[in-house]
Design a protein around this ligand. Structure first.
Ligand SMILES: [Zn+2]
Length: 246
């Protein structure tokens, strides 16, 4: 856990503050309106929706989003046995990343594509702004960027694709109840143990709360702000804690 905190420039206090916020934001209502319901839409539509939502929410990154939309190699109908989880794979500078998901047409799959779209934009944008080694994005920030893309989908569908809006919101709340509930439990247990072995899930609770806080405080600039890392994660989480703890 010590290495993970060092890699993120995170203090123990900031982690404890982040956890306190996660507990406070834990959704009390976890009604999910059948997230596996087949919506009768295609993976091509979901990919386009992720793009339209992203450029609507974060217009300063419209060019990067378009590059990802048009040029990223992808397999959105991947074999779920071979590739059980969606992923985005960095192919190196100058080439948009590869995106994989096993889309089956339900709310959860639409949200997953938006999540991976956010990872892909973050990778292309990292190359555009030539992040130096010392400023390369740590996992919490990368997941925060993917969550910001999910939030763009909620915003866009609430305005322009209303029939999908409520189901996607329920899906997001259901995912949040996992990130801020059982996954936060794992995080809390492991930060108390300096010998705990790295678990990628540690990155989710802080990333989830930060994504919401960044949209509330920076709006259309939230994604760009997250990418440029002008403030340390500790400072951001402390600011988030100050604002939401009352
Ligand atoms: Zn992710």
């Amino acid at each position: 856990m010590v290495n993970w905190m060092d890699a993120h420039n995170l203090s123990a206090i900031a982690c404890a503050q982040g956890l306190a916020v996660a507990r406070k934001l834990y959704p009390s209502e976890k009604t999910v309106d059948n997230p596996k319901h087949d919506l009768g839409i295609t993976e091509v539509f979901a990919w386009r929706l992720a793009y339209l939502a992203f450029e609507f929410a974060y217009p300063s990154l419209a060019d990067t989003a378009r590059t990802v939309y048009e040029e990223a190699p992808k397999c959105l109908l991947a074999d779920s046995v071979k590739y059980p989880d969606p992923f985005t794979y960095d192919l190196g500078r100058g080439t948009p990343p590869f995106v994989s998901s096993h889309f089956q047409g339900n709310f959860h799959d639409v949200m997953s594509i938006a999540h991976e779209f956010g990872h892909a934009v973050q990778i292309v944008q990292s190359n555009n702004i030539k992040l130096t080694q010392s400023k390369s994005l740590p996992p919490v920030t990368r997941e925060c960027c993917a969550f910001l893309s999910e939030l763009s989908l909620l915003l866009y569908t609430s305005l322009y694709v209303v029939p999908l809006s409520q189901g996607l919101l329920f899906t997001w709340e259901s995912d949040s109840s996992s990130y801020l509930g059982p996954i936060a439990d794992v995080f809390e247990k492991d930060i108390a143990d300096e010998n705990s072995r790295y678990d990628y899930r540690w990155n989710y609770p802080l990333a989830r709360i930060l994504s919401v806080w960044l949209v509330q405080n920076y709006g259309v600039e939230a994604f760009d702000f997250a990418m440029h890392q002008e403030q340390s994660l500790s400072d951001l989480i402390s600011a988030c804690y100050e604002e939401w703890q009352e």
